[in-house]
Write a new protein. Structure first.
Length: 146
């Protein structure tokens, strides 16, 4: 009888740990952005935490011929900076399961958008990235890099 009770506690503990690890997936790490037309990865982005804020930068542009691109259309300190190494996400804070309050820069247009990011609830290896202006928004799905 004691053995069965012990086994139940062990099983409940394992279920709790497994369930907690699924919900504890973090946005931190390396992610592939995808080309909307081809579905193939464009760039490798690293999302990291610094001084209590979540940020993201371009680690690598995957198409070799595009690696020397600079952010011509950006303004301020990002203007004419190489896209590889560019901090394109900043100011995100965790609120529940969503990181919000940040901005994301589109290095092609130079435009900055308010944004929020979160792990896809159906697949922890997918990151939802939503940029928006007022009521208009666009959501991309990034894939966790292995």
């Amino acid at each position: 009888m004691k053995g069965m009770l012990k086994l139940k506690y062990i099983l409940l503990t394992l279920i709790f740990i497994t369930g907690a690890s699924v919900h504890a997936q973090s946005v931190l790490g390396k992610w592939h952005t995808l080309n909307e037309d081809t579905g193939k990865p464009n760039a490798l982005i690293e999302i990291y935490q610094e001084a209590g804020m979540v940020k993201g930068k371009v680690l690598k542009i995957l198409k070799e011929e595009d690696r020397e691109q600079v952010c011509y259309n950006c303004s301020g300190p990002l203007k004419n900076q190489p896209i590889e190494g560019l901090e394109l996400m900043s100011g995100f804070e965790k609120k529940g399961d969503v990181y919000s309050g940040g901005v994301i820069t589109d290095p092609n247009s130079g435009k900055q958008y308010k944004a929020k990011i979160w792990i896809d609830e159906d697949n922890p290896n997918r990151l939802k990235v939503r940029g928006f202006i007022a009521f208009f928004y666009k959501t991309q799905t990034w894939h966790r890099a292995q």
